[in-house]
Design a binder for this molecule. Structure first.
Ligand code: C2E
Ligand code: MG
Ligand code: MG
Ligand code: MG
Length: 277
């Protein structure tokens, strides 16, 4: 009896596995088609200097114009693209496209603007990354300090010794490095001290309930003190209200990002935002 139950269980398991595998295969196919059909687009969200209010540049955020599903957000396909490896190819496209866009801003006279690009964990560990960065800088004739790569705290700390080596090589190219979603991982302060980074981005989970949450206010103050001690610029994500803006600026945040200053938007719209009428 137990054997037949085992067999049934096995069959059920196998059936569900193949359904899942089939789904994964379909998505892999869809992602490849999306690359070919140029269905990916980048939207740009302003990063603002906290004290002057000036837009210093933008973070590029990936979207997928799916022919059936409409605009698909990264959380819905990046984990899968990471699993099947497509993220490396997609990520290279993102890097190239964001730099191409940056050149357009510079050509239109916005010569001091910067762009930030998110890296996935797989891309971060990929051996071709540093070369890809050098290539894109050279191809677009860009000053490296106008490009920031954002890597999440979790990815940066997964294999901290390996990360330090990669970040060091990236750092040597002259680009800037931001530690994204800071505060959500488990950073060892010893490693954080050794990370060649330029920027800490406070996760928006700590910003949401400001200014009234005393816990979040204490956490943000601590991150600011830590970041500034380590000579890092500190950026707050997810700033939605004037009260949050004033509070964070008062605490000494260097840059702010959030719906208050602008949602992620198509490149043309962002360019209009840069050009005061
Ligand atoms: P992230 O890098 O931390 O980006 C910030 C996310 O917060 C974005 O979501 C942005 O639209 C959203 N956001 C910005 N301001 C506000 C605000 O004031 N309120 C709220 N509620 N949300 C705000 P999005 O675009 O859905 O991206 C989600 C995540 O997907 C990103 O988090 C990043 O980790 C990843 N991602 C986006 N583009 C790329 C990419 O090109 N490559 C890789 N590997 N990951 C990407
Ligand atoms: Mg980011
Ligand atoms: Mg973030
Ligand atoms: Mg995030």
């Amino acid at each position: 009896h137990s054997k037949s139950l085992g067999q049934n269980t096995y069959c059920f398991f196998q059936a569900s596995m193949s359904a899942n595998a089939q789904q994964q295969l379909q998505l892999l196919h869809d992602l490849r088609m999306a690359m070919e059909r140029r269905e990916f687009v980048l939207h740009y969200q302003a990063k603002v200097d906290a004290h002057s209010g000036i837009i210093t540049g933008a973070e590029a955020l990936l979207r997928w114009h799916h022919p059936v599903r409409g605009l698909v957000f990264p959380d819905e396909f990046i984990p899968a693209a990471e699993k099947n490896g497509m993220i490396v190819q997609i990520g290279e496209w993102v890097l190239g496209e964001a730099c191409r866009q940056l050149c357009i801003w510079h050509e239109k006279g916005h010569r001091d603007k910067s762009v930030a690009v998110n890296l996935s964990g797989l891309q971060f560990g990929h051996t071709g990354l540093v070369q890809a960065v050098c290539d894109v800088l050279q191809r677009n004739n860009l000053d490296p300090r106008h490009l920031t790569l954002e890597v999440t705290e979790t990815v940066a700390m997964r294999d901290a010794d390996a990360s330090i080596l990669i970040l060091q090589q990236l750092n040597d190219t002259g680009i800037r490095i931001a530690i994204d979603d800071f505060g959500t991982g488990y950073s060892s302060l010893l490693y954080l001290k050794r990370l060649p980074a330029h920027e800490l981005k406070i996760d928006r989970g700590f910003v949401r309930e400001l200014p009234h949450s005393t816990e979040d206010a204490a956490i943000v103050s601590a991150i600011l003190a830590l970041g500034h001690t380590l000579n890092l610029k500190v950026v707050a994500e997810g700033v939605e209200t004037v009260a949050q803006q004033q509070f964070l600026t008062g605490l000494g945040c260097d840059s702010l990002q959030g719906y208050l200053f602008g949602r992620p938007m198509p490149p043309d719209q962002f360019l209009e935002m840069l050009t005061p009428s």
